[in-house]
Design a protein around this ligand. Structure first.
Ligand SMILES: *Cc1c(COP(=O)(O)O)cnc(C)c1O
Length: 511
């Protein structure tokens, strides 16, 4: 949070990695299946004859394998080098600025990793009885309490494994709530700025996602929403701040309107990083929301998982909360309660959530404290507005007013040059930046959604502005240069049409 993330932008002439030339790897790294040799391995297991009592067919029945699995046969150094090499070909938040709007790619503080690796946390056994894991249960309980306070909600469940999974949990709770009252409304109203996971979560839960348009100023207007509200509305699902980086100023009025008709308000909390410490969703009428620990609370995004997307809820939904629930007794003992909520939506996942993420998020919260969290969200908003102001000379800003944590640009001013959003994204890679989110949100044509986060320094923001402005100049002077980018990455522009039409998704052994 001290803004000390350093960025080492390599602008040009990236040399091939050591050894790559001699191995013929400058174009492509072979799959691990194409490396090694038959019979080579990296582990030494005792011969099978030493385990006469291990009988796979007795244990697994019909599911037992009849043939050997097709696994790569490589030595330990071969396996290690392969994955380290791949990691070096990848872009990461530890290498440079990653302004991927909506995804909140904050730096992941390394103290989180230290805490998560403490043996008492890292070596817990998921079947250990409650009495043996009091510290871990207390940590879960403490994180739940901290998140509940930050959101202004009554309770939190850490079970869901991602933001989208948290949405699913919340919608299941909403459905269970209505059913407990003998109702079964089916519609969920979702503004057209929403993230694609919102309608998907509805569909998975047997609810009908009904989109409605936002005002041209980019936010939901109660008058417009009113046209869509009827008795069949189970909930309104609303993201605040929304995915065009604007605060939904009418949120309280919207919540009151929905409540008056018997519906509930689902808050997509993915953008809490712009709000924490300054405003609480529970205070402006949200009944249930998800949090994305990998966005707001610096746990790693980690290639899609394992993640943690807690669901926070008001007391009226508590009977339907996922189980088990961590409870604290009067004598300070912690336990997992599986039984006292017959109306529960059930288990969201096995064991006790992604506990390593719980430790990391809790570490982050304690590291910053209330004031630190508040200044994190303030700086995230300040940084986005700094970019908005500095980029607005050369770029079209879709909603040209004070934004929250992210800002939407597009390629409108470059139309005559033939340079489009995708070219800009590719060219940014030549300057050592991960591209912003492109072609989302859908309500802005050819959007570039830029989210710097609070962890970037003034210097790295300035470097990003300089790169963007240079690209705008290049588009006018030498559009081909931008349209054929990237020029300095390991691989050049890929054939995306063939990749989509004839995807090669599986390795097949050579005959
Ligand atoms: C990221 C995001 C989600 C989905 O969260 P995941 O953790 O990626 O599943 C949902 N809504 C919004 C607004 C988001 O930005």
């Amino acid at each position: 949070m001290d803004g000390s993330t350093s960025t080492a932008h390599q602008h040009d002439d990236r040399a091939p990695r050591a050894g790559a030339g001699t191995l013929g790897l400058e174009l492509e790294t072979p799959l691990i299946f194409d490396q090694g040799a038959k019979g080579r391995h990296g582990a030494s297991l005792p011969p099978r004859s030493e385990f006469p009592d291990v009988d796979a067919s007795a244990r697994f029945g019909k599911a037992a394998r009849k043939s050997q699995p097709l696994l790569p046969e490589v030595s330990e150094p071969e396996a290690f080098r392969h994955f380290v090499r791949l990691s070096q070909q990848n872009f990461a938040i530890d290498l440079g600025m990653y302004p991927l709007g909506s995804c909140t790619m904050k730096y992941n503080p390394k103290v989180n990793e230290w805490a998560a690796r403490l043996p008492g946390f890292a070596r817990l056994h998921p079947f250990a009885p409650d009495s043996r894991v009091q510290g871990a249960l207390e940590l879960i309980w403490r994180l739940e309490s901290a998140l509940a306070e930050i959101c202004g909600m009554d309770r939190v469940s850490l079970h869901p494994a991602a933001g989208a999974h948290g949405e699913l949990a919340g919608l299941m709770m909403i459905r269970a709530y209505h059913e407990a009252q003998g109702r079964s409304p089916k519609k969920v109203l979702i503004p057209d700025t929403a993230h694609g996971t919102n309608p998907a979560s509805c569909a998975l839960n047997g609810l009908k996602a009904v989109p409605f348009p936002v005002d041209e100023s980019g936010i939901v207007f109660p008058e417009k929403l009113a046209e869509f509200i009827d008795d069949d509305v189970a909930a309104v699902m609303i993201t605040n701040p929304n995915t065009v980086g604007l605060f939904e100023t009418h949120i309280k009025e919207i919540a009151d309107m929905v409540h008056a008709k018997g519906g509930l308000v689902y808050g997509d909390g993915a953008n809490l990083n712009a709000l924490m410490g300054r405003g609480r969703p529970g205070d402006f009428g949200i009944d249930v929301m998800q949090l994305n620990l990998h966005k707001t609370f610096t746990t790693p995004h980690g290639g899609g998982g394992p993640g943690c997307g807690p669901v926070a809820y008001k007391a009226l939904l508590d009977p339907h909360a996922p189980v088990p629930v961590v409870e604290k007794s009067d004598d300070g003992h912690f336990s997992l309660d599986f039984d006292s909520r017959p109306g529960s939506i059930g288990r969201m996942r096995s064991f006790h959530m992604n506990f390593g993420m719980v430790v990391r998020a809790y570490t982050y919260i304690r590291e910053l404290g209330a004031e630190g969290l508040t200044s994190a969200s303030e700086l995230a908003v300040l940084n986005a507005n700094y970019l908005r102001a500095r980029l607005s000379d050369a770029w079209h800003v879709a909603y040209d007013r004070v934004c929250m944590h992210e800002v939407v640009l597009n390629d409108k001013r470059l139309r005559e040059t033939g340079v489009a959003t995708m070219d800009i994204a590719k060219r940014l890679m030549d300057f050592g930046f991960h591209p912003p989110t492109v072609y989302f949100p859908l309500v802005v044509k050819n959007a570039l959604l830029v989210e710097p986060t609070e962890t970037e320094t003034r210097q790295s923001l300035d470097e990003f502005v300089a790169a963007m402005n240079q690209i705008a100049a290049e588009a006018n002077e030498n559009p081909e240069l931008v349209k054929s980018a990237p020029h300095h990455t390991r691989l050049k522009r890929l054939d995306e049409a063939t990749a989509a039409r004839k995807p090669v998704l599986r390795w097949q052994p050579a005959e």
